[in-house]
Design a protein around this ligand. Structure first.
Ligand SMILES: C[S@@+](CC[C@H](N)C(=O)[O-])C[C@H]1O[C@@H](n2cnc3c(N)ncnc32)[C@H](O)[C@@H]1O
Length: 202
């Protein structure tokens, strides 16, 4: 399974935002929508062996599981509607309690620390995507692997403290948008799984 954990520093904690203003009053929810598109959608299909965590302001976790995910379409507006429903579902939850929202989407109050604990329990190896990390191409990666990345902002000192001890991987020399990073990681792992190497180029 491939796991992506996107840290949103400005996303909404309550569902009272219009779908017509995702970059503004929804606090750059558009970025999270594009991350969901890149994490799951193929040209005609869905990547089932993928999980996406969206950690909003270090407080709210939305988990999307490809195995059971439904109603994810390529447009940002309908994805935002799914996320808004999940945020609404969270409003009366006690801290730490997962609740189902739409099929394949769960929500709870919690932080990066809780996501790490869940992944550790599942035996998933974790990495942080960072411009200054080690180039991913030369790093052997297991089948059960998770990547933490930030939104349009840098990781905060608190994020970095909670990500302490995890190896850093870079995708290249330029600072890229979050959704591009997800697409590149998928491509890197797709190539490895298919056995495509530079020596096997046609
Ligand atoms: C738009 S960038 C964050 C903002 C950026 N650091 C800045 O302020 O200029 C989004 C995130 O994608 C990941 N990222 C971007 N470029 C990367 C690269 N070349 N290698 C690995 N991760 C990258 C990092 O997690 C980064 O925090």
């Amino acid at each position: 399974m491939r796991v992506f954990v996107v840290l949103s520093h400005t996303g909404p904690l309550s569902p009272d935002f219009p779908l017509a203003d995702l970059p503004g009053s929804a606090g750059r929810l558009d970025i999270l929508c594009r991350c969901a598109t890149e994490a799951f959608l193929l040209s005609h299909g869905i990547r089932r062996d993928v999980r996406l965590y969206l950690v909003i302001r270090g407080k709210l976790i939305i988990r999307l599981d490809g195995a059971t995910l439904r109603y994810l379409n390529p447009d940002e507006r309908s994805t935002a509607a799914l996320l808004r429903k999940a945020i609404g579902r969270a409003q009366d939850l006690a801290p730490g309690e997962w609740a189902p929202s739409t099929p394949g989407i769960h929500v709870r109050w919690g932080s990066i620390v809780d996501v790490r604990a869940e992944l550790e329990t599942g035996g998933v190896d974790m990495y942080v995507l960072e411009e200054e990390g080690e180039f991913i191409r030369g790093v052997p990666l297991p089948a059960e692997v998770a990547f933490f990345l930030s939104d349009h902002r840098d990781f905060t000192p608190e994020d970095l403290a909670q990500l302490e001890g995890l190896p850093r991987l870079s995708l290249g020399p330029l600072s890229l948008q979050a959704q591009t990073c997800i697409a590149l990681v998928h491509n890197e792992l797709d190539l490895r799984e298919a056995g495509w190497t530079s020596a096997s180029c046609r």
